[in-house]
Design a protein around this ligand. Structure first.
Ligand SMILES: [Zn+2]
Length: 314
């Protein structure tokens, strides 16, 4: 009797389950199923469009400088342009990576997502904090900011338009976890005379020709001057963020064997240049190539074309 009751209950439970399943099956008829299938295809199509792969195993590094509501210079863009660039990059399926991800990938220690891009800002201007940082935070976009420490230390002396970041802002952008702080030298972001014909060049890259005494700086004098400059910059960045910078961004993109070796001896490991081109996975390169992005004559659409053009270049 007891056994019969158990069997009855088992049959009852199985029947109830079956009824529920068949009820569910009955809820979706053929035409509805076709409709669902169509929608799934549509979703997949949209998804594929979103992740259109322009390139793999490469990263394009973008150079920005200044953002302002005025047309200050040819490297000044309006806040709306920067937002529109970020919008375009997201919509077109570009993947933002950080300085560390870029370096790891170039050293073969990490993979690169397809369509990888890196945002860099040179010169450490406060306009980054005002206009770019809020956008970067909103979309969790990482960036590299290269600061000129003699200017950040003396930020009050500058006009509001081109005021450098102050130490509190630098700490805040670094602590957001989104922005890596690189050195753009202490006070070598200047042009100097480099020969008796009074040709000019970047103060970090070249030996100084003294116009008054008509003397050329010696190798020893150059090394001493540049080492002091870079070490000062490193100490100031350490004071700001509690970490020595690994990356040096060469002013005006000027560099040579001498400046590279001196910078390496100061502790810098990777170097941002203005050399045109993309960066490749496992290239083992310590030199970071870039393309211009923050020029006032560009649009977001042109920037997209320029990224793709760069990938196709040699
Ligand atoms: Zn610069």
């Amino acid at each position: 009797m007891y056994m019969k009751k158990i069997i009855f209950f088992i049959i009852l439970i199985i029947s109830l389950c079956y009824m529920r399943v068949s009820a569910k099956i009955e809820m979706i008829n053929d035409s509805e199923f076709t409709e669902i299938k169509k929608n799934i295809q549509k979703i997949n199509r949209n998804y594929k469009d979103k992740i259109k792969i322009y390139y793999k195993d490469k990263a394009v590094v973008l150079t920005y400088h200044h953002i302002s509501t005025s047309n200050y210079s040819f490297i000044t863009i309006r806040p709306e342009r920067f937002e529109s660039d970020i919008d375009m990059l997201i919509k077109e399926g570009f993947n933002f990576i950080s300085a560390q991800q870029l370096i790891n990938a170039m050293q073969g220690k990490d993979i690169l997502p397809p369509n990888a891009v890196v945002i860099t800002f040179d010169d450490g201007l406060e306009s980054f904090y005002k206009y770019a940082f809020p956008v970067l935070k909103e979309y969790s976009v990482p960036a590299i900011m290269s600061i000129i420490t003699s200017r950040t230390e003396n930020y009050k002396a500058f006009d509001e338009e081109i005021r450098p970041l102050n130490s509190i802002q630098i700490r805040e952008i670094y602590e957001s976890g989104l922005v890596d702080v690189a050195s753009h030298t202490h006070s070598s972001h200047e042009f100097i005379y480099i020969n008796s014909e009074l040709k000019q060049g970047g103060k970090l890259a070249f030996k100084i020709f003294d116009k008054e005494t008509k003397k050329m700086e010696t190798d020893e004098e150059y090394t001493k001057r540049v080492t002091e400059d870079l070490n000062t910059s490193r100490e100031i960045i350490y004071k700001y963020i509690g970490k020595y910078p690994d990356i040096l961004c060469f002013p005006f993109g000027h560099y040579g064997k001498r400046s590279l070796n001196t910078a390496k001896n100061c502790g810098f490991k990777y170097f941002i240049t203005t050399q045109y081109g993309y960066n490749t996975y496992n290239s083992k390169s310590i030199i970071i190539n870039r393309i211009r992005a923050g020029d006032s004559n560009l649009t977001s659409e042109k920037l997209k074309d320029n990224i793709i053009k760069c990938i196709k270049s040699k």
